[in-house]
Design a protein around this ligand. Sequence first.
Ligand code: DC
Length: 218
Amino acid sequence: MKIAIDGPAGAGKSTVARRLANELNFTYVDSGAMYRALTLKALQQGIDLNDSSLLEKLAVSTDMHFQNQFDGQIIFSDGQDVTSQIRSPQVSEAVSVVSAHPGVRKIMVQRQQALARACSVVMDGRDIGEFVLPDADFKIFLTASIEARTQRRVREMEKRGYNADVDRIREEIMARDKLDSQRPVGALRTLPDHIILDTSKMTEDEVLQVILDKIRRA
Ligand code: DC
């Protein structure tokens, strides 16, 4: 079984997707973490973020895997735990540029599809329902107001030990929304078969419950 969860930054996708996967005993795949790990490596190697051919080579050659933990998930990039580093403001600012390259997306989509072939998954991202898992059993689109998303990102950053500047985070989310929804391939958009949920005024528990109810009823 495959469950796709798409939506903009800060809509609560990753928490809900992880909890949903736990409830259903599925594997959670955070596709955004894969783009972030690639971006981190590109920044560390000083690669020009507009050089699509070098970025594609990097996407093919970087080993990425996830390890589940009771309170979250660890991502390894070439055997190194990069879970915390991929959430840095530098990576957050650069990731939409890296993920806009069609060639990079093609490689990442194939890698994500390979992960989904191995087991039942809940996968979150931007293009999961449209390109990665077009045959998903459920496609969910989570969204929320810009203010609610900003506050959530602020809390998440503070929890991870980063200094959170509210105005900067709001700007960054708006810039990312724009880039993510306007790129030529794999743009963030709703589909006719998406179940759309505005989570602005919902708690995590409520969002999870609505999704679980829909799945169980089906
Ligand atoms: O979900 P996130 O904020 O961690 O994702 C980071 C970036 O990765 C996001 O700005 C766009 C990109 N991304 C993407 O292009 N396609 C996906 N399936 C997931 C993320």
